[in-house]
Design a binder for this molecule. Sequence first.
Ligand code: BGC
Length: 380
Amino acid sequence: MKSSLRCFALLSLLWLPMAQRISAETAKPMEKKAFGTTSDGKAADLYVLTNKNGMEVSITNYGGIVTSIKVPDRSGKMADVVLGYDALDGYVADKVYFGALVGRYCNRIGHAEFSIDGTKYTLAKNNGDNTLHGGIKGFNKALWDAKDVSKRDEPALELTYLSKDGEEGFPGNLKVTVVFTLTGKNELKIDYSATTDKKTVVNLTNHSYFNLAGQGSGDILKTVLRIEADKITPVDSGLIPTGDLKSVQGTPFDFRKPTAIGERINADDEQLKLGKGYDHNFVLIKNKPNGLTLAARAEEPTSGRVLEVWTTEPGTQLYTGNFLDGSIHGKGGVAYTQRSAFCLETQHFPDSPNHPKFPSTLLAPGQRYHTTTIYKFSSK
Ligand code: BGC
């Protein structure tokens, strides 16, 4: 009796690591493919992450760009739900930040300048009088070092980049690490971290343009959106925050109850007119600052695809592709027309370096910047 018990215990010990090995084999190993050469002769790669459910995310180390996200609809049919291009040259020429890793400071910095401890820093003006998404050559145009950091059945890609002191006018050598993990729960988890050797400002985001019916399949006006925000940071004509926080109550910006994006997008509202639609930062309701909370949930009624955005960030920019005008031909040659995608760019508020009352984007030597955003897909 005793010996059969011992035999059973031994067999279970052998079985346990075997079971772990089997589950580890359910996610495909990360695939690495050549993705072309930049104009200065540097080779870029494309990394394909596939989870055990068959969800597939492709990321290039050129600009840390998420080039495709393939997820099932309610009947299991897969579609690529982000706008982009078929090849590297599209991303090299791109000016609208499809799928990009945006930095050193995403969104706008007013008048292209800010001060730290009385020292004024002047940046490139690439958006009227302002700096947008890091300047002329933002992080989305850099070639990042890539490393496969997959664990068990979760494929993961680590990208690192050293943004040198003075790059685009920003102070300090900034060491940036971004880890993209595709979980077994159909989540694309993005962990951003950075350290500096001189006081600087940092605000990193991902600029995916989502169309949950599938990229290139028309507008997103029927997509039903909920945003966990009771205020926005209203903007001036240059889309720079005025510094006020405006309640969404009774305005087209109230997405606390799920509402179709198109329902009020053409309303007679000063803020909507300034953005040519939604192009605004929402102040997220946070019960604990820096805690990972639900920021937004989007549901596409035809396909049933659902996207939830979770973040540690205090804000998210809702941009409804207002400046797309059909002149960009993306994947498969499709013309991307106005409002054919929406972005939910999790972030600190735009122009924070010039608004001391906004949550701070300052990073000092010895501190570590760390934020997490999760794009979670499902269907209904
Ligand atoms: C900005 C838009 C801009 C778009 C593409 C968004 O984050 O808020 O104004 O057109 O990015 O650059």
